[in-house]
Ligand binder design. Structure first.
Ligand code: GAL
Length: 377
C-alpha cells in the first residue's frame, strides 16, 4: 500500500472511532440525581423536564407514581391539550416517563375534549375493586372556569390507560354533616345565608356544589375522601367517596368557611389529620396555610402559615399540590408545590421541601438542595 493510501485509511479509522465514541456518549443514561433542587429544571430518564404539574403521587408495590397535568408551550398550555402525564420512580429523585395515563378526547362533545381545563389530577388505589381511580378538577372546553366539576377515570394498571367515567358537581341536594359539637349558629341556614359563601352554597344546593382545586385522601380504614375548593372558591369541602371511590356518598363538611382556601393537600401523622392549602390569587403565589383535625370530620383548626424565612409569605413562589409520606421512613413528609409559569405553562417548576415537626406543629423551610437523609436526623 502506498503511504498516502495508508494515511487515508488511518484517518478514516480515526474518524469512525471518534464518531462511535460520540454516539455512545449521546446514548448514555442521564446523570443520576441524588438530591432535590427545588425550582430547577428536573429532567426525566430521557433528559426532558418532567411534565406533571398540579400533581400527586401514589406509592404502590415499592414504586412511586407521579401524576400531573401535561402542559404545552405558551399560554395555550394552561388548557389540557394532551392529558395527564405519569412518571415512575424508585427513589423519588430519578423519574421514568410512563407516558400519558389519561388522554383528552378528540371528540368535541366529550366532557374531556381536547382544550378543556383538567387540573390537579390525583390517583388512589381501591383494594376492593383493584382499580386505580383518578380524580381531577374539570372545566368544560370553551366555558372558562364556570363548570367547576369533579371528574373521575379508572384503570386496571397504575400507569393506565385510564378510562374517563363522568364529571359532575358533587352532593346535589345535600346539606353538610355536622360533628356533634357544632353550634346552631355554625350551621348553614339557606333562609338566612350568613355570608357570601353560604349564599353560594345555597345557590348551588339543587344542582351540586362547585368543585375546583382538589385532592383525594385514603384513610387507614380504606375510606376515601375528596377535598375541593367550592362555593366560588370561598370554602373547602371534604366529602366522603363511595366504597368503589368513583362517586360521592352525600356526606361532607365545609372547612374554613368564607376564607378562600385553594390547592388542598391532606396527610395523617400520629393519628392527627393535617391539611395544607393556599389562598386564592390565581397563578400568583400567596401564603400557604395549614390546619389540623383529630377527626377527619372536624372540627378543623386553622394554624396560619407553615412556611418560615425569606419568601415564606409567597410559599417561596409556589403553591401546594400534595404532601407525600416517604415510604419506609418515620415522620418523613415532603411538601410538593408548583411554581407556575402561565405565560409558558410547560416551564412550570416543582418545589419539593421537607416538612419538619415540633411536637404536632409543622414547619416548612426553604432549601436550595436537599436529600432524603434530612429525615434520618
Ligand atoms: C389557581 C389554582 C390553579 C388554577 C389557577 C387558574 O388558583 O390553584 O389550579 O386553577 O388558579 O388561574
Amino acid at each position: 500500500m502506498r503511504t498516502s493510501k495508508l494515511l487515508a485509511l488511518q484517518l478514516l479509522i480515526l474518524v469512525s472511532l471518534f464518531t462511535s465514541v460520540r454516539i455512545a456518549c449521546a446514548q448514555q443514561a442521564p446523570a443520576k440525581f441524588t438530591q432535590f433542587t427545588p425550582g430547577a429544571i428536573w429532567p426525566d430518564n430521557n433528559g426532558v423536564h418532567i411534565n406533571a404539574h398540579g400533581g400527586g403521587i401514589l406509592y404502590q408495590k415499592g414504586k412511586y407514581y407521579w401524576f400531573g397535568e401535561h402542559k404545552i408551550e405558551s399560554g395555550a398550555g394552561n388548557r389540557a391539550m394532551v392529558g395527564v402525564h405519569c412518571y415512575s420512580s424508585n427513589d423519588l429523585y430519578n423519574w421514568k416517563d410512563e407516558g400519558i395515563a389519561l388522554k383528552v378526547s378528540n371528540d368535541t362533545t366529550s366532557d374531556i375534549a381536547k382544550g378543556c381545563i383538567l387540573e390537579r389530577p390525583k390517583v388512589i388505589y381501591n383494594v376492593k375493586t383493584k382499580k386505580y381511580v383518578m380524580w381531577f378538577h374539570l372545566e368544560l372546553r370553551g366555558k372558562g372556569y364556570s363548570a367547576a366539576r369533579a371528574g373521575v377515570a379508572t384503570a386496571d394498571k397504575v400507569t393506565g390507560p385510564y378510562t374517563f367515567i363522568k364529571s359532575y358537581r358533587p352532593n346535589a341536594g345535600r346539606m353538610p354533616f355536622y360533628p356533634a359539637e357544632t353550634l346552631d349558629n355554625e350551621r348553614v341556614d339557606c333562609t338566612h345565608p350568613a355570608n357570601k359563601s353560604d349564599g353560594f352554597f345555597c345557590r348551588d344546593l339543587p344542582g351540586g356544589q362547585m368543585a375546583r382545586d382538589m385532592t383525594v385522601f385514603v384513610d387507614d380504614d380504606q375510606k376515601a375522601y375528596h377535598v375541593f375548593s367550592s362555593e366560588e372558591n370561598f370554602t373547602l369541602h371534604l366529602a366522603e367517596l363511595t366504597d368503589d371511590y368513583t362517586g360521592h356518598t352525600g356526606k361532607f363538611i365545609r372547612i374554613y368557611i368564607n376564607h378562600q382556601t385553594e390547592a388542598p393537600a391532606l396527610f395523617k401523622r400520629k393519628g392527627l389529620y393535617y391539611m395544607v392549602g393556599s389562598g386564592c390569587t390565581g397563578w400568583d403565589p400567596n401564603a400557604a396555610r395549614w390546619f389540623t383535625a383529630k377527626s377527619i370530620w372536624g372540627p378543623w383548626t386553622f394554624h396560619g402559615n407553615p412556611c418560615k424565612g425569606a419568601g415564606a409569605d409567597i410559599t417561596y413562589g409556589g403553591q401546594s399540590t400534595h404532601v407525600l409520606p416517604v415510604a419506609g421512613k418515620k415522620n418523613a413528609f415532603i411538601f410538593m408545590a408548583d411554581k407556575w409559569t402561565p405565560k409558558n405553562a410547560i416551564d412550570g417548576r416543582y418545589l419539593w421541601l421537607p416538612i419538619t415537626f415540633k411536637g404536632d406543629e409543622m414547619e416548612i423551610n426553604w432549601s436550595d438542595k436537599w436529600g432524603l437523609n434530612v429525615f434520618d436526623k
